[in-house]
Design a protein around this ligand. Sequence first.
Ligand code: GRF
Length: 194
Amino acid sequence: KRVAILISGGGSNMVALVNSMTGDHQGRAVLVASNDPAASGLVKAQAAGIATAAVDHRAFGKDRAAFEAELLRHIEAAAPDILCLAGFMRVLTPAFVARFEGRMLNIHPSLLPKYPGLHTHQRAIDAGDTQAGCTVHEVTAVLDDGPILGQARVPVLPGDSADDLAARVLVQEHKLYPAVLRRYAAGDRTPVLL
Ligand code: GRF
């Protein structure tokens, strides 16, 4: 399967996905695209020999549709079978999502349906949760919603800062996303539970 990955920053999840796609049967990364030309993940993708594209969303002001049309031009040129959002920080319109419905995944740093949106780790700490984690789900028009394809859990430890918890969860993200993509690319939607 041909896989395109969208990033906004460091792209550590993208690197984990790329490193997991060794045999062709596990898929091949055909494009890494970012909404930020300065995303350091783009350099990592280039170092891995993967085609990259950067579409600066700030160049389009409030015209989200125009930004997405340009992003889509790059994505369609790569003809991916699956689109993976990995630390991608822009909300996509229902029109964009509709083009990839059923073949677009996202990783979110909480145990959905708890804590959709931002600041997930601080919210878990503030709520006194003893567990936290990450979720890979199919992307639908509703933000951080959609069928859950995998989850990984970590303990919240006394005295944890949001950064401590984020670091603990990120380790699991790098295990979960490749495991889910491998299964999803094989047409298996059975959730991966780590
Ligand atoms: C991380 O906070 C991760 O939890 C979330 O996006 C952020 C950056 O991820 N998925 P990455 O290192 O750019 O993949």
